[in-house]
Design a protein. Structure first.
Length: 127
């Protein structure tokens, strides 16, 4: 069921011009809340990166549900990362939006997400 919901969200996102991926550059103006031009999400994350944390918790399932819900709303580049991968996380899992090489780009994403009514925060993630 979750796979169907994710696929549906990706199809609908593509129809409405929403994008998902690693960001760089100026606003895309395509209706999403990223404020950046997007490329595909990397299958492997870098050892360290800047990001916007949307939510965190000790169970993965609620964060995956939240990811699907927010993706339907056009929030870009969402993925759940685990403390087993990134030991400096304070909780077992974190829902992030974007993988950035600079703090400024991640903070720009945080600002865009706040404008959309979310309460994300900036975080530098170390592997």
């Amino acid at each position: 069921m979750l796979a169907v919901a994710v696929l549906f969200g990706l199809v609908i996102g593509g129809v409405f011009g929403f994008t998902s991926g690693t960001s760089a550059g100026a606003g895309s103006g395509d209706g999403d809340v990223s404020g950046t031009t997007a490329a595909p999400v990397p299958s492997t994350l870098p050892a360290s990166f800047h990001t916007a944390v949307v939510a965190s918790g000790n169970q993965r399932a609620p964060l995956e549900s939240r990811r699907v819900e927010l993706r339907r709303r056009g929030v870009p580049e969402l993925q759940v990362i685990a403390q087993s991968q990134f030991p400096d996380l304070q909780r077992n899992y974190a829902l992030i939006s974007g993988v950035f090489t600079t703090e400024a780009a991640a903070r720009q994403r945080v600002a865009r997400l706040r404008e959309a009514g979310l309460q994300p925060y900036y975080r530098f993630i170390k592997g």
